[in-house]
Design a protein. Structure first.
Length: 183
């Protein structure tokens, strides 16, 4: 969804494999319309915080190999810039400023590319690696201030193995108080 809540966009399987559709959430016309409809697989659309740029994965260069592209939004046919080389998936913008575009390489490394006006403004840098990569959707997130990452630690070292379990601690404040009071 756009940050102003006016437009919803998503990927959907169609006769041309995976495309990106959008629908206006205001006004009388609420019919979904194609945003990216090609013979390629378009995945994981992510809109920049200012609503001007759409990052997405596409295998338009080589079938089966996803790369990250950025296009102007909503006029996606007005141009495109390839961000990744050698593969890329799961784009995410710096949540507050859009000054960086993050994506995952096929080797599991998370990269950040400095961005300016929809194009790279510097070289990509590795910011993390060795975390669990889900097949879909994105298995990492960035804090609202852009200073921290949330990832699922890969304890197996394979990058693709599902976590064996999850520990959820409820009422942790009470547990902490009881431990402090015991000392």
């Amino acid at each position: 969804m756009t940050h102003d809540g006016r437009v919803l966009y998503w990927e959907i399987g169609t006769e041309t494999r995976l495309d990106v559709l959008m629908v206006s959430l205001i006004g009388p016309n609420r019919t979904p319309t194609p945003l990216l409809k090609t013979t390629a697989v378009e995945r994981n659309p992510e809109l920049s915080p200012d609503g001007k740029w759409l990052a997405h994965g596409s295998d338009e260069n080589k079938p089966g190999v996803q790369e990250i592209f950025v296009r102007p939004f909503p006029n996606v046919d007005a141009g495109r810039v390839q961000i990744s080389s050698g593969g890329g998936m799961y784009p995410a913008w710096h949540p507050r400023t859009g000054s960086e575009l993050f994506y995952v390489r096929p080797d599991g490394k998370l990269l950040a590319v400095p961005m300016g006006n929809g194009t790279p403004s510097g070289p990509a840098r590795v910011v993390d690696g060795g975390f669990f990569i889900a097949p879909n959707p994105r298995s990492y997130d960035i804090s609202p201030d852009g200073k921290r990452l949330l990832v699922i630690e890969d304890l197996t070292g394979t990058g693709g193995a599902a976590p064996s379990g999850m520990v959820v601690v409820l009422n942790w404040v009470e547990e902490l108080r009881s431990r402090v009071n015991r000392k």
